[in-house]
Design a protein. Structure first.
Length: 469
């Protein structure tokens, strides 16, 4: 195998599994709640931190991983991050009654508290999940920058985007298979040997040089707190009419803006990227539209297609492949072939796909044309939108620029999911069912294109990007 092959394997494997673990928890969470004998509804709310904690830590890992790679060398940070991910995965797998008792004893001696064994086990699981996510998040920008510095290839950026998207989108299906045939810890078994393989492979590739600038811990801390506030705020509050917490959103946005301003040169050098700001905005837009569609499918299927919850999860999983497989495939191919005419065709295809949302009927075949066209069209954009900022970046800032690109996509994805959920919930709450419940709910979904199409205008700068092989 050549160095290029080792690079693709050593980075692709942990990127895939880290993204997979972000969504696999949605399938195994009900089983964990049952195994730990958590009381509903408090147990469900407490267990949601297995999801929220991972997402928050994943975003923080993205912010830190790129700049740490610039400071200490991307390959070194990759090995650190993969090691952390593997060790935390082993902790999840090996959780047992003995380790729970140890934590209970620490809680009693330190705080004179006697937590419930189930709650204690959940706290330990959440801790391991957070460590997992810190490693998984850092892998993506460090890996993207490491490969870019060695290859200077748009194909590499398409590969990273495709692998990341596959992990995000197949997690729920993979988790569903695990809980149907195995115990829930099996969902994390692959992580440990995969981490070992990735570390061995990465050591076969020459290391990149370390930088000299100190890591900006102050701005990093502020940005981390701000991101946590935004993500928790988008998660909603129990009993609220909308799935958002305005106080967290506003507070998080304020702290995030403060941190970004302080670290505008040292942490995430967005102020040095004026020429590429249209591409940066477009990265938010593509993440927004992608996750808006990913959020629409499970809601539509569970409300209108399948009444049985088990069948709804299964139907959602394979229906989403009509969007996710073309999305990942075109991201991969788009890394090799991304002329302006191809990008223009992609934007047209995605726009037509979004308009076809207005034709959805309560059956899967009616959903497929919109999903396939949207996936093919949007996938072409990922590599060119990453290439433009990285091409103008120096090697000593390639990690930080990679962090900006991925973080903007993540923010767009979170916004797409939250806005779609809010739109549907408000629409259903205000339904006029005089024409029948099914027709009334369909009317809500048929208006979804109007919250997606404005974002497509922000993708038009992709047609003006200078691309090269």
């Amino acid at each position: 195998m050549t160095e290029r092959h080792w690079l693709y394997l050593g980075v692709g494997l942990p990127v895939l599994l880290g993204a997979l673990d972000l969504t696999v928890i949605s399938a195994v969470l009900p089983v964990i709640i049952g195994d730990l004998d958590l009381v509903v509804p408090d147990g469900v709310r407490q267990a949601s931190w297995l999801v929220i904690g991972y997402l928050v830590a994943y975003a923080i890992g993205i912010v830190g991983g790129g700049r740490l790679g610039d400071r200490y060398g991307s390959r070194r940070v990759l090995v650190w991050a993969v090691t952390l991910f593997g060790v935390a995965s082993a902790g999840l797998i090996l959780l047992d009654a003995a380790s729970v008792r140890v934590v209970q004893q620490i809680a009693y001696r330190g705080f004179e508290a006697r937590p419930d064994p189930g709650v204690t086990a959940l706290a330990v699981l959440t801790g391991w999940r957070v460590l997992q996510a810190l490693g998984a998040g850092a892998v993506v920008p460090a890996g993207m920058a490491f490969g870019w510095k060695r290859l200077r290839s748009r194909s590499w950026l398409g590969f990273v985007a495709a692998v990341d998207l596959l992990g995000w989108t197949f997690g729920h299906l993979y988790g569903g298979i695990v809980v149907r045939f195995f115990d829930w810890p099996v969902a994390f078994w692959l992580n440990v040997p995969a981490a070992v393989i990735a570390i061995v492979v990465l050591t076969k590739i020459p290391a990149d040089p370390a930088g000299t600038k100190a890591f900006p811990w102050g701005s990093f801390g502020l940005v981390s707190v701000g991101l946590a506030g935004l993500i928790v705020g988008m998660g909603g509050a129990e009993g609220a009419s909308l799935p958002v917490r305005p106080a967290y959103l506003l507070g998080g946005a304020g702290v995030l803006a403060w941190g970004l301003r302080i670290g505008r040169h040292s942490l995430l050098p967005w102020s040095d990227m004026k020429a590429n700001r249209p591409a940066l905005v477009a990265n938010v837009a593509v993440g927004y539209v992608v996750f808006l569609l990913l959020a629409a499918v499970p809601i539509f299927v569970s409300v209108l297609v399948e009444s049985d919850s088990d069948m709804a999860a299964w139907t959602t999983g394979w229906t989403m492949t009509a969007f996710t497989v073309p999305l990942a495939a075109s991201a991969l191919i788009g890394g090799k072939w991304a002329t302006r005419s191809v990008l223009a065709a992609g934007l047209v295809a995605a726009t037509v796909g979004l308009l076809l949302l207005a034709t959805w009927q309560p059956n899967v075949p009616a959903m497929l044309p919109a999903l396939v066209l949207s996936g093919v069209g949007l996938g072409w954009l990922f590599a060119p939108l990453a290439e433009a900022p990285l091409r103008d970046a120096r090697d000593e800032t390639a990690g930080a620029v990679s962090s900006i690109i991925i973080l903007l996509r993540l923010i767009g994805m979170a916004a797409g999911s939250s806005i779609l959920t809010s739109f549907v919930l408000v629409g259903i709450a205000d339904l006029d069912v005089s024409s029948g419940v099914t027709d009334a709910v369909l009317d809500v979904f048929h208006n979804v294109p109007w919250i997606a199409l404005p974002a497509m205008l922000l993708l038009l700068p992709a047609l003006t990007l200078r691309t090269q092989d």
